[in-house]
Design a protein around this ligand. Structure first.
Ligand SMILES: [Cu+2]
Length: 128
């Protein structure tokens, strides 16, 4: 019995180590640098693509973009790594396949940085 309660007392220690490790990991997560269309912008013409740039290289294989407007989901093409001057530029991009009529649109993105943790977010833009 004594042996058992001693090991139970010691059990919080590994847990604390894990919690501290998580705090360190969270601060290393990628963040959104910029988007196309620009977040909260009102644009005169429907965008031909949706693109999100991050603070570090996104893992494209686990990345997703969803475009949703007043009429529901708008079809997007395959998500690909964004390129600038022949190099991957820490972005993911998808061509807009469906018709984007005037209205307020929400983009939902999903990706991961080097540590493999899935991160998600949204931004909005308006087509007038
Ligand atoms: Cu993480």
């Amino acid at each position: 019995m004594r042996q058992m309660s001693r090991s139970q007392l010691q059990s919080p220690r590994p847990l604390m180590v894990i919690l501290f490790a998580c705090v360190a990991v969270v601060s290393a997560h990628l963040k959104v640098d910029k988007t196309f269309p620009v977040s909260d912008a009102t644009v005169a013409t429907a965008p031909a693509r949706i693109q999100v740039w991050f603070s570090q290289a996104p893992i494209v294989a686990v990345s997703g973009l969803v475009l949703e407007g007043p009429a529901g989901k708008i079809e997007l093409g395959k998500v690909a790594p964004g390129m600038a001057e022949g190099k991957a530029d820490n972005s993911v991009v998808a061509p807009v396949v469906g018709t984007v009529a005037p209205g307020v649109y929400t983009v939902s993105w999903r990706t991961s940085g080097a540590d493999g943790h899935i991160l998600t977010g949204t931004f909005q833009f308006t087509v007038k």
